[in-house]
Design a protein around this ligand. Structure first.
Ligand SMILES: CC(C)(COP(=O)(O)OP(=O)(O)OC[C@H]1O[C@@H](n2cnc3c(N)ncnc32)[C@H](O)[C@@H]1OP(=O)(O)O)[C@@H](O)C(=O)NCCC(=O)NCCS
Length: 140
């Protein structure tokens, strides 16, 4: 598998994964906005299966001042627990560090155990809490 920047033409495939993965899925305008080059701080990367064009997962994040804010990280249900999200998150954090970011933050639902385990493994710690969600952070 390899990681590349997402294209607008990927959006239908992203929506299909999004719809079966989240209670409150992003729509096409959210992906359009995240990919819009007018917002140079916002990026969407996808993991593609080697030898095919099938998208396995994606990460959407923002780089603002010295922070990376991960706003969406999703793996297609049929390929979970195979390291797709770990690769995306690992590359995002490494990229952020190289760009001079000092901290990564994200929100996760309190009951989302798979995501919380993943973020724990990457060294994220609780920095706050909202309505049913936790704010996690780690230094880069
Ligand atoms: C959370 C999510 C992105 C993980 O994607 P993934 O590609 O399966 O993650 P990885 O294979 O890289 O998993 C890395 C580690 O995370 C933890 N993890 C992942 N899924 C888990 C699960 N279902 N239960 C417990 N731990 C889990 C494990 O520590 C895992 O390592 P291991 O497989 O060696 O035990 C995926 O389950 C998903 O898309 N969920 C729906 C969308 C979502 O909730 N996104 C996060 C929003 S904050």
């Amino acid at each position: 598998m390899f990681i590349r920047r997402a294209h607008f033409s990927d959006i239908p495939e992203l929506l299909a994964i999004e719809d079966v993965s989240h209670e409150d899925p992003w729509g096409s305008s959210a992906f359009n906005g995240a990919m819009d080059s007018a917002f140079s701080h916002s990026r969407v990367w996808v993991t593609v299966a080697a030898g095919t064009s099938k998208i396995l997962g994606y990460i959407c994040f923002q780089h603002i001042l010295d922070e990376i804010y991960v706003v969406n990280l999703t793996t297609s249900p049929d390929v979970r627990r195979r390291g797709v999200a770990s690769r995306l998150l690992g590359l995002c954090l490494l990229w952020g560090k190289r760009q001079g970011a000092r901290r990564a933050i994200l929100d996760v639902r309190e009951g989302n155990i798979p995501a919380r385990r993943l973020y724990e493994r990457f060294g994220f710690r609780q920095a706050g809490a909202g309505k049913g969600s936790l704010l996690l952070e780690r230094t880069l």
